[in-house]
Design a protein around this ligand. Structure first.
Ligand code: BTN
Length: 269
């Protein structure tokens, strides 16, 4: 398996949405490189890909570990014209773009654990880390990082996540082209970002509901910013992309951001 080249990624792109695609052998975090890379005035998106990251990070300051040369570590930098309150749609869009690309490329039944985990057979296949810089309530630049366990063999997962993580290779026994998956993720993300400007967020919300592994399940959510954990039935996702959790008391809680655990078993509606 050779390194991913920008040419291979660009050859699979279907629109002029993306400008520069840069591939590194090793980086700190691709999100940091994407944030710091100089701007040009083309208005096009920037893509940073790394074979390995020394400081890969996940949500809530967790480490994102990925063996070199087999998986996808990528960050997309865009300058979306959205208000700060709508930044969570970027996570939803990236999760949908990744799930959709992986479903097409691998045939796996990839679902989304709200708001950002890519799941297959109840195990984590990948995740999204969106980071935005805002000024006066408007998003000025946004970096959306995507980590996907594509070709990792089971023996390469660190012990602490061996039971909860998986890869497309483990699930299928096949190796997949990283450039092919990256191009498809970029196409899917670009088309969703363009269409949200025309059709609004309604179609995105319908799509995330249809691919959600969380809805209809008993969940516990540690709510960001409040240090509280709530438990109940994940009943719906509202038009802002927030999760609606029905507590045992009957009260409906609206959660904008948090760390979610799904109870084993249960029904997905
Ligand atoms: C999570 O599940 O908590 C999000 C994981 C996001 C990992 C990706 S890998 C590429 C990009 N660079 C990073 O440092 N993190 C994201």
């Amino acid at each position: 398996m050779g390194p991913v080249s920008p040419e291979a990624i660009v050859s699979g792109l279907e629109s002029g949405f993306w400008g520069e695609v840069i591939c590194y052998q090793t980086s700190g975090s691709t999100n940091d490189i994407a944030l710091l890379h100089p701007f040009n005035d083309s208005g096009k998106g920037l893509v940073i890909v790394a074979e390995a990251q020394e400081k890969g990070r996940g949500r809530f300051g967790r480490r994102w570990a990925s063996p070199a040369g087999v998986n996808i570590c990528m960050s997309m930098r865009i300058s979306p014209e959205i208000i700060e309150g709508h930044a969570s749609f970027l996570t939803i869009m990236a999760a949908l773009a990744s799930a959709s690309a992986l479903r097409e490329e691998t045939g796996l039944d990839v679902l989304i654990k709200w708001p950002n985990d890519l799941m297959v057979s109840g195990k984590k296949l990948g995740g999204i880390l969106a980071e935005v810089k805002s000024e006066r309530g408007l998003v000025r630049k946004a970096v959306v990082g995507i980590g996907i366990n594509l070709n990792t063999p089971a023996c390469d997962f660190p012990g602490e996540i061996a039971d909860t993580a998986t890869s497309a290779y483990i699930e299928t026994g096949c190796f997949f082209s990283r450039a092919g998956v990256i191009s498809r993720v970029l196409n899917e993300f670009g088309s969703r970002l363009s269409s949200v400007g025309q059709s609004g967020s309604g179609p995105l919300i319908e799509e995330i509901k249809s691919l959600s592994s969380s809805l209809g399940r008993q969940v516990s959510v540690t709510v960001s910013g409040s240090n509280t954990t709530i438990s109940g039935l994940a009943e719906d996702i509202d038009d802002q992309g927030m999760l609606l959790v029905r507590l045992a008391s009957g009260e409906l809680k609206r959660v904008s951001c948090g760390d979610l655990a799904e109870q084993e078993g249960g029904n997905r509606c």
